[in-house]
Design a protein around this ligand. Structure first.
Ligand code: ATP
Ligand code: MG
Length: 800
């Protein structure tokens, strides 16, 4: 019974909800359910369920009440196995009995009194057991329960948002403790690195810190380097030898800071931390990080810290976040609420190192960018801030302009008067309609920059990224990915470059869900019946937020091919860059060519007469109607760039690649023409027939083929030639099936949603369910194969 509930049948294979894994087929499913992990989780769940059934939730006692007091009191209802208390303030406790009937007896008693106070005793909330909650400290859950309790008592969402800040922000004591540790480190490090400076940055000081946040520190060694250089010179000339530098035990006598690598210096920093700073332990140097770092913990202060060198930009961007908080007081509550929402939805907060989730810095930049785009705007752009700064505030770090006013009062107050409740709602609306793969977020300009500006040759992309900086630093272009957020100062750095497609899609989907929820009365109005409302429901982890409405996948047969700038070869990037706003149409054309190649050349489907003569030409027909001059450059006509228009399906026509974008006026004119023609391309339709089960036993055929060829093994869909041969072998050796006739409609979407090509399948009849099997195969094979073709310069050339 239990098993049925955990295992879900998917279009391809199964999904185990308990272990959160996909299982491809029945034999693997049998192995899985007998396996260690599944069995362990079954036991754990049963144990948790028993604990839940055997325990009560208690509140209303005095803060100094001990576990023993509670145990003694509740023993009258039956043997008490355990009492778990909220350690911070002693406000809540969970009392676990040995049997459910003791819970019943305790709940039946109308009043409970302990030390003169009336206790509230409630049954435990039933929570779905989730793998992700494993290892989550019980304290965190208790804290959230406590927060939710306070939020439910508030009278408005605005008040709830202020309460979230109060609940999480660093208090004066915590700030003091952090200051003291900084002072201690300053003293110790000055002993070894004269004139050095320890500067805190990140969430401890950027006004968005929470109780458990790490302490980010920058060890500034510029003055020490100067000191060492001076000492060397005076040493050489024999005058005034510096004791600090020359004494035998001085670290500076071991290392030359002007030539040492960052990792060498950090190894020294780690040694000092280990040997000379009381309370410090777990010291570790991470030399492979983007910026090498030494991590450490402080035992008594219960703090984790990071020390970096060469990180002045982070100190400056922390000042920028502080300034933004000072300019508009609505930023802090918004950031705290959105950080908590993102954490609860597992969108942000990589546990260690650069995981695939958003980091808090990138998330905060997304909030600021949204506020720069509100009407009227809440926060000015970074360029506007620069203009508000005076001469003394000019700041250039590593040739990057980091100028902004030092004080918020230099910035005129915003004309926007919207309340927090509306602004939070607006955040979700803004990003639920965002075309992430085709946009580059620029806080410097306060607007989205088109992705095409970043697809040109490396040098031009660098120029685009740094166009608004007076002294652009010549370096590499930003790394493009499913989400692109430029650092406001390091303009060629994508702070969301670590994200994978899944996180980006989850972020967007959660924004859509949150936006829908914010439209409801449950968000906007306090519940009269004491139910959770406002932020409480927004912060519910995915399992508690209720089941997601099921999409009727049985009826809608759709496959999506996402726009992925990062996989495109240089010549195709150059073409798309030149197409400007028409890039989507041009990319659509390329995808259609690739898809057609997959059906016709790789999967050996036969095109219908209809497909051969008319359907594919629609985009081109439109282009033909709209303009006579369709040349993209001297050699390439738009026809070459459009879908297999007017050609027989699958008949290859060479596509001549451009050398690169041109900036001439003539090209600009042509580009405009393309913008008109290709901005809204017409959908494309094909009709195909498949006469073999080309999906069945494919892996085996592939393996056998690879054994007898010199090709190196590539994942399925990784190589056009092998996949064609696999199909050929199936066609030659396996029996034919009655022809499967199906139509495919392709359209490109984007602009106010993620840019992608959507392919819809319509089988003419499928009573035997064979097309379903073919479709399941296509769901993963088609995007992979199309991406492989799009990703290869030679295939792009062949394609049309
Ligand atoms: P928290 O520690 O609470 O997660 P934080 O803002 O301190 O939040 P960290 O990841 O510790 O985040 O980063 C510390 C600081 O380093 C940030 O405030 C920012 O100044 C800088 N930083 C972090 N990630 C990036 C990044 N991807 N690009 C540029 N600077 C970054
Ligand atoms: Mg931090």
């Amino acid at each position: 019974m239990e098993l049925d509930k955990d295992i879900q049948t998917k279009q391809r294979g199964f999904h185990c909800n308990l272990c959160n894994v996909n299982i491809p087929n029945k034999p693997s499913l049998e192995d899985h359910v007998k396996g260690k992990k599944h069995q362990h989780l079954l036991r754990l769940r049963a144990q948790r369920k028993a604990q839940e059934e055997n325990s009560v939730f208690v509140s209303g006692f005095k803060p100094d009440t001990s576990q023993t007091d509670l145990k003694e009191y509740f023993t009258q209802f039956g043997p008490v196995v355990d009492v778990i208390m909220d350690k911070d303030k002693g406000v809540y406790a969970i009392v676990e009995f040995s049997e459910p009937k003791n819970v019943q007896t305790a709940l039946e008693q109308l009043q409970h009194q302990l030390n003169g106070l009336q206790l509230r005793v409630k049954p435990r909330e039933r929570k779905d057991f989730k793998l992700s909650s494993r290892g989550k400290p019980q304290n965190t859950q208790i804290s959230l329960d406590k927060l939710n309790h306070q939020l439910c008592k508030a009278t408005s969402v605005n008040e709830q948002m202020e309460k979230v800040v109060e609940f999480f922000e660093l208090n004066d004591h915590e700030k003091k403790v952090r200051d003291l540790l900084v002072q201690l480190l300053q003293e110790v490090f000055t002993e070894f690195f004269p004139d050095c400076q320890i500067l805190p940055f990140g969430s401890s000081v950027n006004t968005f810190g929470i109780h458990s946040c790490d302490l980010d520190l920058f060890l500034e060694l510029e003055n020490t380097k100067a000191f060492q250089a001076r000492a060397k010179t005076t040493g050489l000339t024999g005058e005034n030898q510096s004791e600090d530098c020359q004494s035998e035990d001085s670290i500076l006598s071991d290392i030359d800071l002007s030539t040492a690598t960052p990792v060498e210096i950090l190894e020294l920093v780690a040694a000092i931390l280990r040997k000379c700073v009381p309370g410090v332990h777990k010291v570790q140097t991470l030399s492979t990080a983007r910026l090498p770092v030494v991590k450490f913990s402080h035992r008594e202060l219960n703090l984790q810290g990071d020390i970096t060198i060469n990180n002045r930009l982070a100190v400056r961007n922390t000042r920028f976040l502080q300034l933004c908080s000072g300019i508009d007081s609505r930023l802090r509550p918004l950031v705290y609420a959105i950080r908590l929402w993102a954490k609860q939805k597992q969108l942000a907060g990589n546990l260690s190192g650069p995981g695939p989730l958003l980091n808090n810095y990138a998330l905060t930049l997304l909030v600021i960018f949204y506020l720069q785009n509100r009407d009227p705007l809440v926060l000015p752009t970074v360029n506007q801030l620069k203009d508000m700064a005076c001469e003394e505030e000019e700041c250039v770090i590593e040739e990057r302009d980091c100028t902004f006013p030092s004080q918020p009062f230099s910035v005129p107050p915003s004309k926007n008067t919207e309340d927090l409740c509306t602004l939070l709602f607006g955040f979700f609306t803004f990003y639920s309609q965002f075309d992430f793969p085709a946009s580059v977020v620029s806080l410097r300009d306060g607007r989205v920059l088109p992705i095409t500006d970043f697809l040109r040759s490396d040098e031009e992309a660098v120029n685009a990224a740094e166009a608004s900086s007076p002294k652009p630093k010549r370096s590499s272009a930003p790394k493009l990915g499913p989400m692109n957020v430029l650092d406001p100062f390091e303009q060629n750095h994508n702070v969301a470059g670590n994200l994978n497609e899944r996180t980006q899609k989850n972020f967007k989907r959660e924004c859509c869900d949150a936006e829908k929820y914010c439209r409801s009365l449950q968000y906007q109005r306090k519940s009269a019946k004491g139910k959770s409302w406002g932020l409480v429901r927004l912060f519910a982890p995915p399992s508690e937020a209720g089941p997601r409405p099921k999409v009727e996948t049985e009826k809608i047969m759709e496959v999506g091919i996402s726009f992925k700038a990062a996989i495109l070869p240089e010549p195709l990037r150059a073409q798309l860059a030149l197409a400007g706003k028409g890039f989507r149409g041009l990319w659509f054309a390329k995808v259609c060519s690739a898809v057609q190649m997959v059906f016709q050349d790789i999967l050996k489907c036969s095109p219908s007469e209809e497909t051969r003569t008319a359907d594919l030409s629609q985009s081109l027909d439109k282009a033909n109607r709209d303009g006579n001059e369709m040349e993209v450059n001297n050699n390439q006509s738009l026809e070459d760039a459009a879908p297999q228009a007017k050609s027989e399906a699958g008949k290859k026509r060479p596509l001549i690649m451009e050398e690169g974008p041109s900036t001439s006026t003539a090209t600009q004119a042509k580009r405009q023409k393309l913008d008109v023609d290709m901005e809204h391309p017409e959908p494309v339709h094909w009709t195909w027939t498949q006469r073999n089960c080309v999906w069945a036993g494919r892996r085996k055929v592939r393996r056998d083929l690879l054994k007898t060829s010199d090709e190196t093994s590539k994942p399925e869909g990784g190589c056009v030639d092998i996949e064609s041969r696999v199909t050929q072998s199936i066609v030659e050796n396996e029996e034919k099936i009655p022809g499967l006739l199906f139509k495919v409609d392709a359209e490109v979407v984007g602009g106010n949603e993620n840019t992608m090509v959507v392919l819809r399948f319509h089988p003419s009849h499928d009573t035997a369910g064979i097309f379903q099997d073919f479709f399941h195969f296509l769901e993963s094979f088609l995007p992979k194969m199309a991406e492989t073709i799009l990703g290869r310069a030679e295939d792009v050339t062949e394609m049309s």
